[in-house]
Structures are given as C-alpha cells and as structure tokens.
Write a protein that binds this ligand. Structure first.
Ligand code: PMP
Length: 453
C-alpha cells in the first residue's frame, strides 16, 4: 500500500508543492497532509487507513457530510445520462429557481436571476465586472482579511495609510490592476466613509463577505452590512455580498438571510450576491445573483461578457439541487446545535488548561482565536463576554503559535481540523453524537498540547 508520505513525495514531483490549492500543503502547521480515499458522512479515511472526524467538509460544500447517498445517487444517474451537453439542460433552471426561491422567501426584491459558473473565483470576478459595467466606474473597495478568490484585482494588499489604492498581494499581479482596488480594514465604517469622500462618484462597488470567514470567522458588527449598503447606495455604487462560503450554510438564505431575522442587523439588501460551495454540494458550481435590472447587463442580454464551457454542468448541478433540497430547517437546527456542542467543549477545555480563547462565530460557522484578548487589544466581545478580534490586524495578534501543536494532537487522535488557525471549522448534518463524542474525547490532550506549546 502506498502511504500518504509516499503519495506526497510523488505529488511534489509533478504538482507544485504537491497540492492543487496552497492551504492543503500544511504550510502553517507542518507535516505531511493525509491523502484521502473515502468520505463517509462526518468521517474522512486516508490511504494509511486512518479514520478521522472531518471539520473541513471540503472547505464548506459538504453541508450534508461526505457522500450523502441521495446526492451520490443523482450524480451517478445524471453522469450516466448526460455529462456535458454544451447546451441547455433542465437542471440548471431548477438550481437557479431553488436559489432565487430561498432568497425571495426572505425578501421578494432581493434577486430575480442567477448566472451559474464553476468556482467562487469566477463568481466574484464576474460580480465585479458586472458592477463596473452597470456603474461605468472602475474602483472597487475590499476589506483586508476578506478573501474572494484569486482573480488579479482581488489579490490586493492595503497600501500605506487608509483609502490608498492597493498594491499587488501576489507576484504576477500588475500594479495598474490592483491600483483599481482600495483595501480597507474590516468592521470600520469611518474608513469606508473616508474612501467614498476621497473617491466620490468613482467607486463601482464594495465587495464584502456576508460575514468574514477567511481570517478565521470575524462576524460583522451589528449594522455594519446595512451601513455598507447605505453608503454604497448614497454614492451610486453597488454592494456585492459574497456568500460563497456562508451562503446556504449559515442559514437557508445565507448569512444575509440570518441578518434579516435580526432587527439590530437586518433591513439591507446588496445589489449582487455571489454563491459557491454548498450550491454545488461538493461539485464545481458557483453563481452570481441579482435583480433583473442588474443581471440584464450580462451577455447575451447586455454588454458585460461572461461565459463558461462547464457552467451549469448537469452532473455538478444535480449535486447542488439535491443538496439544496435536503438542506431543510431540521438540518440547520442540527448544525446550530452541533456548533453549540463543539464550541462549548473547546471553551471548557481551553479554560481548564488556562489558554483564553475568543469564540468567533456566525451560527454554525466558527473558529477560535487564542490569547488574552484584553492584553492583545481585541476590541470586540464574543458570546461568552470575552474580548474578540474584529479585524485582520487584531486577529493576527493571537497566539497562533499554539495551533500547530493543537492541530497535530487532534490529527493524530482522529480529528481533521483546518490546517491553519485563520480558517473556519465546518460541520455537516452527518456530525452526529458518535462523531462529536469522538471529538470531545480527543480534546483534553490536544488542549494540553496547545497550553504547553
Ligand atoms: N469567496 C469566498 C468568501 C470564499 O471563501 C472563497 C473560497 N474559499 C472564494 C470566494 C473563492 O471560491 P473558489 O475557491 O471556489 O474559487
């Protein structure tokens, strides 16, 4: 039998870094990534025969866990019938209808149409092109620590000082492209107002994660998203709400939908939504959604071009439709309760070993920031009343050096956590009592390893 170590050696000979997406390489925790061969509900099995409770869930798509039988069934049936027609199919209509229906159930004016693509990167890239096409403006505001995929203009890093045009965040990205992006701190409305003052009438859009979840989870402060919408609309800019990660995971209509249930947070509508991950149930599907007057700017109706050979692929779409159909209120209630249990256990064990943690959470999506928040100057408050980070600068102050020891203790004991402290933990409806009990049993020793690090 070929081991994970041997596969990783072979991988590094033919794939850059041995991986097809950087975070999989274990760069921040060290060691050899396991090579998976099978997923069963909440469990992931590697070539070495290890069976682990999985808290990555494909980085979000697997709301129902690995290889849900009904999802597998429709994928197999559809693949046998029609894999790549190069033309229209009923499935893409059904998936678009399912997405529109879920958002309209919260606000009938939220969206009318959805264009399907294959990755979240395509969705946000297209959303920005669309916003520029609609407004005839070039500049885009994004927030540091928010991730929207790897298109050039979104791989931007803040320049020095607020409201300055950004620098490339990756080699190979031309400076003239990132100079169309303004990178601001998250959860800071004064910075947004200052940028709109400085570049009045020139900003096409603000793009924001519905809740930040790519620097660990950092919830938007109550009213933050609503204020972003108001500031955009007062200037004629469009707000893009990126629900690639949070959409159909944190609730039936995403984190936007959850905020509308809460008077302190609700009463706002973005101009463009982006979706991904859960919408494809583990297959490559993502989407852009908006009201008709915005969407009609897209080709073939309008002048903003976008297309894709594999867009709306029937096999991929079948997985998405099945996942959305099965993700009912009971699934979301289960996920919330499972999150309560995991968070409660982590909080208890870290308290016991004397490492303070901030719980960073939007419903069933969460992560933990380690360290004495008061000493680190965290300006937010978590659900337990502890100081919590509210932006990337604060998140980065945490005692992240404790995480590799915690991560490897969990991995060795059969729990698959995200290989970076700056990633969210993902649950599924398959995370049952057996899976969560296994997690709880591994936790004390791992918390002690974190404390000793
Ligand atoms: N937006 C957000 C909020 C994301 O979390 C991600 C991926 N993690 C993307 C966009 C990009 O999606 P993809 O990796 O499918 O290109």
């Amino acid at each position: 039998m070929t081991t994970s170590t041997e596969w990783f050696d072979r991988a590094r000979a033919v794939i850059p870094g041995g991986v097809n997406s950087p975070v999989r390489a274990f760069g921040s925790v060290g060691g050899t990534p396991p090579f998976s061969v099978k997923g069963e509900g909440a469990w992931l099995i590697d070539v070495d025969g290890n069976r682990r409770v999985d808290f990555i869930c494909g980085w979000g798509p697997l709301l129902l866990g690995h290889s849900h039988p009904e999802v597998v069934d429709v994928v197999q049936q559809t693949a046998a019938d029609l894999m790549c027609p190069g033309g229209s199919t009923p499935g893409e209509v059904e998936l678009a209808e399912a997405v529109v229906a879920r958002l309209k159930a919260v606000n009938p004016d939220a969206i009318d149409e959805v264009r399907l693509v294959s990755t979240g990167t395509e969705a946000t890239m297209t959303a920005i092109r669309l916003a520029r096409g609609v407004t005839g403006r070039d500049l885009v505001i994004k927030f540091s620590g928010c991730y929207h995929g790897h298109s050039d203009g979104l791989l931007a890093a803040a320049g020095s000082g607020l409201a300055t045009l950004a620098l490339p965040g990756s080699a190979g990205v031309p400076e003239p492209i990132t100079s169309q992006t303004i990178v601001l701190p998250y959860n800071d409305l004064d910075a947004v107002r200052a940028a709109f003052n400085e570049y009045e009438g020139r900003i096409a859009s603000v793009i924001v994660e519905a809740s930040a979840a790519n620097m660990g989870v950092v919830p938007p402060l109550p009213g933050y998203n609503r204020a972003l919408a108001e500031i955009c609309h007062a200037d004629g800019a469009l707000l893009i709400c990126d629900e690639v990660l949070t959409g159909f995971r944190t609730g039936p209509a995403g984190w936007w939908g959850r905020e509308q249930e809460d008077p302190e947070r609700g009463n706002w509508t973005p101009d463009i939504f982006t979706f991904g991950k859960v919408i494809g149930g583990g297959m490559p599907v993502a989407g852009i959604g908006a009201r008709r007057e915005v969407m009609e700017h897209l080709a073939p109706n309008g002048p903003v071009y976008q297309g894709g050979t594999l867009s709306g692929n029937p096999v991929a779409v079948a997985a998405g439709i099945a996942t959305m159909r099965l993700a009912d209120d009971a699934v979301y209630a289960h996920l919330d309760a499972a999150a309560d249990r995991v968070i409660g256990a982590v909080k208890r064990e870290f308290d016991r070993v004397g490492v303070p943690v901030a719980v960073q959470r939007v419903r069933n999506l969460f992560s933990f920031a380690m360290g004495d928040g008061a000493a680190l100057g965290w300006s937010g408050v978590d659900e337990f009343g502890s100081p919590a980070p509210v932006n990337e600068d604060e998140v980065k102050r945490q005692e992240g050096w404790r995480y590799p020891a915690f991560f490897h203790a969990m991995l060795d004991a059969g729990v698959n956590l995200p290989p970076s402290v700056f990633e969210a933990w993902f649950l599924s409806s398959a995370h049952d009592d057996e899976a969560l009990s296994h997690f709880e049993a591994t936790l004390p020793a791992a918390a002690e390893a974190a404390a000793a690090a």
